[in-house]
Design a binder for this molecule. Structure first.
Ligand code: UFG
Length: 329
């Protein structure tokens, strides 16, 4: 039976890779995206694209009107930690307002399953240990706070309306579609892996290291980089679990990689030197964020394929090198 799926933000980085995975298994996919940060060309042929804003209640109702939904995946959101420290109310209002409107519309239209793109930014001041799902929620930024609010709202939607949900806390999504169809294209780019690659390719004069005085082994921030295709697979694993109950999963490889180690990985993979400059810390950045992802591996059989940082960087390098203008090329 073909499953009918709605993906908000399906023209964005992680969303577009999920759409690829859904199409590969034969699902009927509709993307709802305002294209403010997503790209029309990131929606693979085979998926239907509705260009719309989640704040537009009529557009959302019209998108859901066909009914018969198997699930809604919600990616569409403002997603930059640093940006959220400059525009806190904008982040809280947009992400919480749009998320609540979507959850409410799903309840009204009888959608049975909901998958939320949540974030490691829920754990703002975590210490230097891998973070599992029992860790205290303590967002270090309005961005993290906005996702925490939606996770809470989904608990009530389940308890009162029976809407089953998965809260998937991504650690640092990176890499690109191994088939070369999709990649990371933010404008302007603010994420570490593509910026380091651009510096190595000579497309920018240098990349800035935001802080070398963190309490980490080499003084730079440590993150858990996870391949975007592995993240897409985690969504399929989590979706299957919703036949039993709502779930919450932390998604990472369990390996901490510092900013300096990412730079070394790019130099190894690309065979070129990365010009760097030391810059002050970026407000909102926790020193250390590494996932303990045992729960989704155990319960849902998630088994990441591209766990090594060099494999993640190699796929990002291939896409970035082939697409100097991103999707515009
Ligand atoms: N960094 C630099 N220089 C740069 C860019 C980033 O040193 O030019 C550092 C950051 O300070 C941070 C690390 O590289 O320590 C990763 O930064 P990113 O901007 O690539 O990613 P973030 O960790 O800020 O955030 C990402 C997503 C969020 C998500 C979070 C979860 O953008 O949506 O991962 O950990 F919540």
């Amino acid at each position: 039976m073909t499953r009918r799926i709605l993906v908000t933000g399906g023209a964005g980085f992680v969303g577009s890779h999920l759409v690829a995975a859904l199409l590969e298994r034969g699902d009927d996919v509709t993307v709802f995206d305002d294209l403010s940060t997503g790209h029309r060309a990131a929606v693979l042929p085979g998926a239907r694209l509705i260009v719309g804003d989640l704040a537009d209640a009529a557009a959302l109702d019209a998108a859901l009107a066909p009914g018969g939904w198997h699930a809604v995946f919600h990616f569409a959101a403002l997603s930059l930690v640093g940006d959220s420290m400059r525009q806190p109310m904008h982040y809280l209002r947009t992400n919480i307002g749009n998320g609540l409107a979507l959850i409410d519309a799903c309840v009204r239209h009888g959608v049975p399953r909901f998958v939320l793109s949540s974030t490691a930014a829920l754990f703002g001041s975590a210490g230097a240990g891998a973070i599992d799902e029992s860790a205290a929620i303590d967002p270090g930024s309005p961005y993290g706070e906005s996702k925490a609010a939606l996770e809470r709202a989904l608990l009530w939607a389940d308890r009162i309306h029976g809407l089953r949900s998965a809260a998937l806390r991504y650690f640092n999504a990176a890499g690109a579609d191994p088939a070369g169809r999709l990649g990371e294209d933010h404008r302007p780019e603010s994420h570490l892996v593509p910026l380091v690659i651009d510096a190595a390719l000579g497309r920018r004069a240098e990349m800035s290291i935001f802080g070398t005085d963190y309490p980490t082994p080499d003084g730079t921030c440590v993150r858990d980089y996870v391949h975007v295709t592995d993240l897409a697979q985690a969504h399929l694993c989590a979706l299957a679990q919703l036949n039993h109950s709502s779930v919450t999963y932390n998604l990472g490889n369990g390996a901490g990689t510092s900013v300096l180690e990412v730079i070394r990985a790019v130099e190894r993979v690309g065979g070129r030197k990365v010009p760097v400059a030391i810059a002050p810390r970026r407000p909102g950045d926790p020193a250390f964020l590494v996932a303990a992802s045992g729960r989704i591996r155990r319960e849902a059989g998630w088994n990441p394929e591209y766990g090594a940082i060099d494999a993640i960087v190699a796929s990002a390098w291939a896409w970035r090198e082939a697409h100097p203008l991103g999707y515009a090329g």
